[in-house]
Design a protein around this ligand. Structure first.
Ligand code: PHE
Length: 338
């Protein structure tokens, strides 16, 4: 479409039909008020194409003149109507320039808030902070050494399988992965510090698995670790009981059962009573002597306990959320309920 939006000097012999098509096509491509005005002048103005066509009628014989004249006049009516409509549209869609419309009612600005996962993480870490645990964080892109080896997870353990672990493609390294749990921070913390240690570690974890209502391929965990001389299983139980009371209420019933994790011995899982059922909320255990030794600690002198839990799962329980995927789908209808 040429710049003048189809407005050209009247051509001799232009038919009403041709003019109609040209006018409508040109009108469609007008974008501003100025272009619309140029269109009006070009087609409907005193020197416009339609007027030109009407003027040319005189040279036609009487029969033709009648027919073409009637058609041209009806086209004028049509184009005028289209022009009116278009100019109304362009007025309503154009913001007033250099002014504000003080007649618009005020709108409440949308306030942001903390993500439900963040809220849960803060509540959990605060409960442990009050019991003397310090909050620290660690890398999400991790080395195989920390995610598996130092945690006493053997080379042939199924968790290392490519179906569970997201490995990072690299030309130079074949031991880089997205951490599958926050437990590598047990190894990192012990490697870098001497006892006593009391830390909680919130953070994102990743697993190569398909998603459903209770599984996500990425999620948060909160890890905990306490190492010192003379720490016993009673300390583990006392600390986690107290945690459950703080998060789920002082009357909450809690149950421990034996479970297996390669980096603890003995290992347990902890469940809480929930609507008549036992719901597992975390894994825990006494730090395995090999894990202490791997970090350079004397396992005859030091003992410790560790635990790990999923804040999204705990939030699901407390808030009656039925699908973990809500946490990561960024739907404001979900997020604004917190
Ligand atoms: N890392 C374990 C998991 O992801 C949880 C855990 C942490 C268990 C610490 C025991 C001790 O399932």
């Amino acid at each position: 479409m040429p710049k003048d939006h189809g407005v050209q000097a009247t051509q001799a012999g232009e038919s009403v039909e041709e003019l109609k098509i040209a006018a409508i096509t040109a009108l469609d491509s007008t974008e501003s008020g100025e272009q619309l005005e140029a269109w009006r002048v070009g087609f409907l103005g005193r020197k416009g194409r339609l007027t030109g066509l009407l003027r040319g009628l005189g040279s036609l014989d009487i029969e033709h003149r009648k027919v073409v004249g009637a058609a041209a006049n009806s086209l004028r009516g049509e184009l005028e109507a289209l022009y009116e409509e278009r100019s109304k549209q362009s007025k309503s869609s154009q913001a007033p320039v250099g002014s504000i419309d003080i007649t618009l009612p005020g709108r409440r600005p949308a306030l942001g808030g903390l993500h439900p996962s963040t809220q849960m993480i803060r509540e959990i870490t605060q409960a442990f902070n009050e019991m003397g645990f310090q909050t620290i964080e660690g890398p999400e892109v991790e080395l195989e050494k920390y995610n598996f080896d130092m945690l006493n997870i053997p080379a042939n353990h199924p968790a290392r399988d490519q179906w569970d672990t997201i490995w990072v493609d690299s030309d130079t390294h074949n031991d880089v992965l997205l951490r599958t749990h926050t437990s590598p921070m047990q190894a990192r913390t012990m490697e870098a510090n001497d006892p006593p240690i009391r830390v909680v570690v919130p953070g994102k974890c990743y697993r190569y698995e398909s998603t459903d209502a209770t599984h996500e391929w990425h999620f948060n965990q909160v890890e905990g670790l306490a190492v010192d001389e003379g720490i016993t299983f009673a300390d583990l139980k006392g600390t986690l009981y107290e945690f459950a009371r703080r998060i789920f209420g002082s009357q909450r019933k809690v149950r421990f059962r034996c479970d297996f994790f390669p980096f603890v011995e003995p290992g347990v899982d902890m469940s809480i009573e929930w609507n008549g059922n036992w719901i597992e909320i975390l894994g825990a255990g006494m730090v395995h002597p090999k894990v202490l030794e791997n970090a350079g600690y004397d396992s005859t002198k030091y003992t410790g306990f560790a635990f790990g839990m999923g804040p999204e799962r705990i939030s699901m329980l407390r808030n009656e959320i039925t699908d973990i995927r809500h946490f990561f789908s960024n739907d404001l209808r979900f997020l604004t309920q917190f």
